[in-house]
Design a protein. Structure first.
Length: 501
């Protein structure tokens, strides 16, 4: 196999593995009802089944990427493949909530080794910056597709098999990736990595896991909840201490000095804010389609597909567009496009109750997917400005932006939607707490109240739709402000066809 063909075949392995890891973040949302019926977890256990994957993955990202820089990025990636496949296989033996939580935690460990390693391997495989930008476009498209395809795959599998199938589908793919990776991927590492910083390792794990837990808990119980405040306090202390250690050492665990570069920071801001928007939209529109419009999980997954399809088209085309109009315009324009997509449901009452055409929602999803094309340029900007020795640090910072952005999108915009729903629904009848807690709770109560229940269900659905419009308006303001920040941080005439060291 020639060098060029080998590189692109290796990219297929890297992109396929990212597709699977991202799908695993969303696949559980559809499988949860079946898992609840089978394993009967209590509310705390259910929370951990959902959250432990992203908590472990986020907590280990920095450590896993630093290990890859020292130990070998190919070795770290293949280890991640093996762990992910074995953990998925172990789901067969999960017959209690505790064992499924352990399986999800092990999947998070595997994912932490896979995600940053794929990015730093692309940095190593594609030395030509223009070719690297195209490769990162493919990688970004697969990541975007994974988020949307997860629920659809889960829906298809759960109609025919038990919930275990949602995990077992990973096993053959990871086995194939392991075999192909051994053959196709070259080894690379930082030749002068410096001493391992054990204190920084512990601080990064504790800080990132606490930060993500605080954000998730705030989304469910509010900012003033004692657990939220305690987790946020631990995260603030640990991450500040971690940052100080990294900035003072000549050989830090994570090269935070990369953030001093304007283009690098612009890429990180793009990754963070686009992830916030994508996660919030998929969550909130998914709820709207099922609870307001009455679609099944499978029908909902299909109707969310335009976002993934648009991202699949836009991401590979983004580098060519950047070569014509400039990286700055594509980077900032992609974020602005996402903002406009969120503005559409805010300005037009497309989310109201009733048989309204799906067209405007599909248009908003297409715009969000097209805006995701900016992520390909964000990755290219981040990697173009990074020396090969610190590729792991760059990949860890980008992946951390995705993880934190996704969690913030669900927690912050999800909380805003919940608060808007409670404010819009003035209900003082039976089971008032359940009704004002969520639309699902309101519909459950309405089903027991006869004629009065029908009026309650109508009012609750309208309150939810109204709250979504306001939430998307706030999201649009955030994205348009981020677009301006990205424009200011990115230098005019930034050229991705030349390396920047």
């Amino acid at each position: 196999m020639t060098g060029a063909r080998r590189r692109w075949a290796a990219l297929a392995v890297l992109s396929g593995s990212v597709l699977l890891v991202v799908m695993d973040m969303t696949v559980l949302n559809v499988a949860l009802p079946a898992i609840s019926r089978d394993l009967r977890p209590d509310s705390v256990q259910l929370l951990w089944i959902v959250d432990v994957y992203s908590l472990v993955l986020a907590g280990l990202l920095v450590t896993a990427s630093a290990l890859g820089d020292r130990w070998g990025r190919r070795r770290a990636l293949l280890t991640g493949f093996a762990l992910f496949g074995l953990a998925s296989l172990a789901a067969l033996a999960a017959d209690a909530p505790g064992s499924l939580i352990a399986v999800r935690a092990a999947l998070g460990v595997g994912g932490a080794f896979i995600m940053p390693s794929t990015l730093s391997m692309i940095r190593t495989l594609f030395t030509d910056p223009a070719e690297r930008a195209r490769a990162l476009g493919v990688w970004s498209a697969m990541a975007a597709a994974g988020a949307a395809l997860g629920p659809i795959l889960a829906g298809v599998l759960l109609e025919r098999f038990s919930w275990h199938a949602a995990f077992l589908v990973n096993v053959p793919v990871m086995a194939a990736a392991l075999g192909a990776g051994l053959f196709l991927l070259p080894e690379s590492r930082n030749q002068n990595p410096g001493r391992w910083d054990a204190v920084a390792t512990v601080l990064s794990m504790a800080g990132m896991a606490s930060l993500l837990y605080a954000v998730k808990n705030a989304g469910k119980h509010g900012l003033t909840d004692p657990v939220t405040l305690a987790a946020a306090g631990v995260a603030a202390v640990a991450l500040c201490w971690f940052a100080v250690r990294c900035l003072r050492r000549p050989d830090p665990l994570l090269e935070l000095r990369l953030l001093r570069g304007g283009p690098f920071s612009a890429g990180v801001v793009t990754a963070l804010t686009t992830s916030i928007a994508m996660a919030a939209v998929l969550l909130l529109l998914g709820q709207w389609m099922q609870l307001v419009q009455g679609y099944s999980p499978m029908e909902t997954g299909v109707r969310l597909l335009p976002a993934a399809l648009a991202a699949l088209v836009a991401s590979p085309l983004a580098p060519a567009l950047a070569a014509r109009v400039g990286a700055r315009a594509v980077l900032s324009g992609g974020v602005a496009l996402t903002g406009l997509a969120l503005l559409l449901p805010f300005l037009a009452p497309v989310l109201s109750v009733g048989p309204l055409g799906y067209g405007p929602v599909a248009a908003a999803l297409v715009l969000i997917g097209a805006g995701n094309g900016a992520l390909a340029i964000a990755s290219a900007v981040i990697m173009a400005g990074t020396p090969a020795a610190t590729a792991g640090s760059a990949a860890a910072l980008e992946e951390t932006s995705y993880e934190v952005g996704g969690a913030l999108g669900v927690a912050v915009l999800g909380s805003l939607a919940a608060a808007g729903y409670r404010a819009a629904l003035d209900y003082r009848g039976p089971s008032a707490a359940a009704v004002s807690d969520s639309l699902g709770g309101a519909l459950g109560v309405a089903g027991e109240l006869g004629a009065a229940g029908a009026r309650l269900a109508e009012a609750a659905r309208q309150a939810f739709a109204d709250s979504l419009a306001l939430t998307f308006g706030a999201g649009a303001a955030l994205m348009l402000a981020a677009a301006a920040v990205v424009w200011l941080l990115t230098p005019r005439g930034l050229d991705l066809s030349a390396s920047h060291h």
